[in-house]
Design a protein around this ligand. Sequence first.
Ligand code: MEV
Length: 319
Amino acid sequence: MHHSSAPAKVILSGEHSVVYGYPCLVAAVDLRSEASVEIIPEGIIDVISDKLGRQSFNLAATNTEEMSPIASVAASAIEMAGHRGGLRIKISSQIPMGSGLGSSASVLVSVASACSNALGLRMSSEEIAAIASKGEEKVHFRPSGVDVNIALRGGAILYRKGRLPDSVKYPEEIKLILGYSGIPRKTGDMVKGVADFAESHRDRFEICLRSLGDITTRMSQALAENDMIEVGSMMLLNHVVLCLLGVSSEPLDKLVSSTLSSSALGAKLTGAGGGGCIVAISTSGYEGEVEQKIKQAGGTPFVVGISKEGVRSWTDRQQ
Ligand code: MEV
């Protein structure tokens, strides 16, 4: 059996603007998904997921358009390998779905990598990114590629569409406090909402995007310099601009402002918005106080570190 795992992500700045070519500061966090893949003689892709249940696709009778994102990633790998049989794929994930933490990209990168190893393809990172991104296109509307790239690489990166990401330095002991609103949302719907906003408020949209670009650049410098007060200020500014773009919501605003009456240095929504999560940072050692405020405001808090490790693969010894 061939296994791969990949991390979840937290966008610190640049969600939505990244779709339009602006930079995005994103970190991998220590929540992971795992895919285990075995070759089977039957011509099917059999997907067994802890969150989505079991689904099988007959390779002869189903075209990739009709397949689920996970199965279509596996079908691309089967085609690349010229493999005649099928694959059984088991998936487990610690990442809540629809929470803005990149659960689909993490799963699709794990699946692409484990399929590549099971089929002896030795795919490069670029090839894994390419087939995982095809799956992401089925999940989201116009994915920028940021989620797939951070799941592959780990650490913290400054990502721009169509360019190789730059690694960003960060204080190793940094803790991110997440607050889950409990409201799932679809990234594609939020991205479409922003596209509508761009049509109806062109000038305001351009100003928001340029501001998000500046905030992201300033935040990555501050992170590299361990200036957490500046990182926190940029997070707050970022949240306000995302509100103007129309992607926040009452529960998210409530969670963000709850953290500000504690020792948080800053907070913002993270990911596509609407529902999902907020992210906050605090002075080291005061994370518990921020968690308490998030709980009181009706959210579910959890504290995560930045994960250095991107996708990781291993094989059971008996093979
Ligand atoms: C989703 O994690 C971030 C968005 O910017 C969409 C994307 O980049 O594809 C909202």
